[in-house]
Design a protein around this ligand. Structure first.
Ligand code: ZN
Length: 512
């Protein structure tokens, strides 16, 4: 039997690639948190050099020679030799390394540099175009990026839709053929549910969340909740950034950020919980496997399932606040002493159609994603032209959310993703939402008395379950395999829809 020990010469090289990537991640973290504004251009050059080195090291002749010895290029699977077989971890490591290697090798390095340069340019123009509310300003850059992404699909190859090649970058194996009916099911149930909620006579007032809350205390409370979740501050830290994110250099150094606004209570806390969910995943990866695919997160969809599970299934539940609300009241007596738990619970779960994805509630969030999925798919399949994006955007907003953005800054220009070349990324957010409820329902079945534990503020039992079921495996399984192993079934929108229908049926007192 061949084991990981056999693969040591390969693992040593993969680890070196990871060292370069981790150094680049540290530079990016610094850029978003403490770097002075003037450092931007030099930092972009430093990052480009490190990323180029990492790429070259991965596609080096040494790595290629080792892989060709052990992997059958026609199947991308480990080669069984002379009747001897590989154990499961080695098989998975070879399969996933081959995937990374062959994808990286398909893209000419001249193309990678060209794309990088255009994206860095486009990102600046996008920020200006959004500030000036001018889609026309961004249009030439967006045209270039779309053309480059189409070029990329030709290098990567695809069977049915060119959009599949882009989806596969973020969610391996995900396709238009799979997502189209999935999102159609979601839309068919979410739109009517949203209509019933907006027409219900139950008015939810969330004004209490928009009083003045001391910012230092908000961050203090965020830290308290992170600690209760089992986020390890000896192996992590919390800082402020304009857009909250999580980054990891190693399971022993995983950092999260949040943002804090005095008169918008939800922003800081729910970012802390959300990023904390991501952080627990990265802290829970197997240290021994660092640098190999077995020590890496499985996909963006699975990563997002971890953040959404904590943010929504736990952090927006009554059980969670049973314990944490009295603590919050102690920190903010002036604002919350007279507010009953139930009113607070209603406020943090208020549903309202809105223009901006990142501010959307649990119910409307996936409608924002669906719109982006349909637009990206049609764009890449050649059914919409780049200049028609604002009109397509507004039509879909009206159809799904009953709103038309008054400006493109609040519409088609709101997200940074396209300027980064990240087309095909958005669907992973919706997948994360679906996976999160499937996993949480399974946790409730597996862990006796989970609800009581959460009510008592003991959250680590859930963290340990996630460590065992999801985190420690890295990329040992595909997302499909992992979710079947844990829940006994494939990805399904049903648990998510049932969860929303029950939660908001009660909250808004919808009948039958
Ligand atoms: Zn996230």
């Amino acid at each position: 039997m061949y084991t990981l020990a056999t693969l040591e010469p390969l693992i040593v090289r993969l680890r070196e690639v990871q060292h370069l990537n981790s150094a680049a991640s540290l530079l990016s973290w610094d850029q978003e948190t403490y770097m002075p504004a003037g450092g931007g251009q030099a930092r972009a050059d430093q990052l480009a050099t490190l990323q180029g080195l990492a790429h070259d090291k991965l596609v080096s002749p040494e790595v290629e020679a080792l892989l060709m010895r052990w992997v059958d290029p026609s199947t991308g699977q480990a080669r069984d030799q002379l009747g001897d077989a590989w154990d499961e971890p080695s098989r998975a490591l070879l399969r996933e390394t081959w995937r990374d290697f062959s994808r990286a090798r398909k893209l000419p390095s001249e193309f990678v540099k060209r794309l990088g340069r255009e994206c860095s340019l486009a990102q600046q123009v996008w920020a200006e175009a959004r500030a000036q509310n001018s889609f026309k300003r961004f249009l030439p850059n967006l045209r270039t990026i779309v053309a480059l992404k189409l070029e990329e699909t030709r290098y990567l190859g695809y069977r049915d839709s060119p959009y599949d090649a882009l989806l596969d970058t973020y969610e391996p194996g995900s396709t238009v053929a799979e997502l189209t009916p999935l999102f159609a099911t979601l839309k068919a149930r979410l739109v009517p549910l949203l209509n019933r909620v907006t027409q219900s006579r139950t008015a939810v007032d969330d004004a209490l969340l928009f009083q003045a809350y001391d910012q230092t205390r908000q961050v203090e409370f965020g830290k308290l909740v992170l600690t209760a979740m089992g986020y390890d501050f000896d192996r992590g830290r919390l800082d402020l950034s304009a857009h909250p994110f999580t980054t990891s250099f190693h399971p022993t150094d995983v950092r999260v950020t949040t943002r804090v606004y005095e008169t918008e209570f939800s922003a800081c806390l729910f970012s802390c919980i959300h990023e904390g969910g991501h952080g627990l995943y990265d802290q829970g990866l197997d240290q021994e496997r660092y640098g190999t695919p077995l020590g890496e997160a499985l996909s963006l969809g699975i990563h997002e399932s971890q953040s959404r599970l904590w943010e929504n299934c736990v952090g927006r539940s009554r059980s969670f606040w049973r314990c944490f609300y009295p603590l919050l009241q102690q920190l903010f007596p002036e604002q919350l002493q007279a507010v009953e738990l139930d009113r607070f619970y209603m406020a943090i779960n208020r549903v309202t159609p809105s223009l901006i994805r990142v501010e959307a509630d649990e119910l409307t969030y996936n409608l924002h994603i669906m719109l982006r999925f349909e637009i990206e798919r049609d764009l890449i399949e050649g059914r919409i032209a780049v200049e028609d994006l604002p009109a397509a955007w507004n039509d879909k907003m009206r159809a799904y959310l009953g709103l038309v953005p008054p400006t493109d800054a609040d519409g088609v220009l709101q997200d940074v993703h396209w300027s980064l070349g990240a087309i095909g990324y958005f669907p992973t957010y919706a997948l994360g939402n679906l996976y999160s409820v499937q996993l949480y329902e399974q946790a409730r079945r597996d862990i006796q008395g989970l609800e009581e534990e959460i009510r008592a503020g003991r959250l680590t039992v859930l963290k340990q379950w996630l460590n065992q079921k999801v985190h420690r495996w890295g990329r040992a399984f595909t997302a499909d395999h992992l979710i079947r192993r844990i829940t006994g079934g494939p990805l399904s929108p049903e648990p998510f829809l049932a969860y929303l229908e029950k939660k908001y049926g009660e909250l808004y007192r919808l009948s039958g």
